[in-house]
Design a protein around this ligand. Structure first.
Ligand code: C5P
Length: 240
């Protein structure tokens, strides 16, 4: 599977840090080999657009994981605002529905800067009982595939999905959509609080285009060595 345009390799490092100084300190040694950096709500709520701006200067593409979910007009406006910051990828919730998804896709296209949108389907923290509690009478995987199909039909470029979902989502959507998979654990690394994990090769073989890795790299004694080991597992050379 070719990499999405702008990415030199599939390894996206999740920079989950509460402030910009510690986020940049973590990213600096990784910038030469990371395929991209994922910035999430923790950092964005604390530091705002200047965090995206600072990371854009490091080199690797920025994945802005804001999981937008609001009325169509508001989400489209937020997509336009985000596009001005220059990230390569931005997330939103497929559960926002068709009008929201179409408005967001149209706003990203109109921005003309190559921003691609990824839909989050069912949060991996939700099980069947949680879905039932919010009125959804479907198994999680069935709901994931339903929302993934909806998002792509509405013009969204890709899906964020767990290792246990990626094969079903790829099977349902075909080769075109970008599939981004968190919950990646290199062989022999503790799974921490992630329940559904896979090693990098398994996720890639199941259809993932890009892999999100946080703590196996960011909590390692030597993050650069940990990132290099993952690239090696994927058969990608990254220096010594
Ligand atoms: O540290 P870890 O590798 O578990 O980090 C994974 C990153 O991906 C975190 O930023 C987390 O918020 C995000 N994520 C996830 N599972 C999902 C969706 C997003 O772990 N289902």
């Amino acid at each position: 599977m070719p990499l999405p345009a702008g990415f030199s390799n599939p390894l996206l490092v999740a920079i989950d840090r509460p402030d910009l100084a510690s986020a940049l300190a973590l990213a600096e040694p990784l910038r030469a080999i990371a395929g991209g950096f994922k910035l999430g709500l923790e950092l964005f709520v604390a530091e705002g657009p200047r965090a995206v701006d600072a990371f854009s200067r490091l080199g690797p593409p920025v994945f802005l994981d804001l999981k937008l979910h609001d009325i169509p007009n508001t989400v489209a406006a937020a997509v336009r605002s985000a596009a001005r910051l220059g990230p390569a990828l931005l997330t939103l919730h497929a559960a926002g529905g068709p009008a929201m998804l179409r408005a967001a896709a149209e706003a990203a296209r109109a921005a003309g800067c190559g921003l691609r949108l990824l839909a989050v389907t069912v949060l991996t923290s939700l099980d069947r009982d949680d879905l039932e509690a919010i009125g959804v009478r479907a198994a999680p995987l069935e709901q994931v595939v339903r929302l993934a199909r909806l998002a792509v039909a509405c013009g969204i470029d890709g899906i964020v999905c767990s290792p246990s979902e990626v094969a079903a989502v790829r099977g349902a959507l075909g080769p075109a959509p970008i599939l981004v998979v968190p919950g990646i654990r290199p062989e022999g690394v503790a799974t921490a609080d992630q329940k559904r994990t896979a090693d990098p090769r398994v996720a890639t073989a199941a259809g993932a285009d890009l892999l999100v890795v946080g703590r196996p790299i960011t909590a390692a004694a030597d993050p650069l060595a940990a990132a290099r080991a993952i690239l090696r597992e994927l058969g990608i050379a990254s220096g010594s």
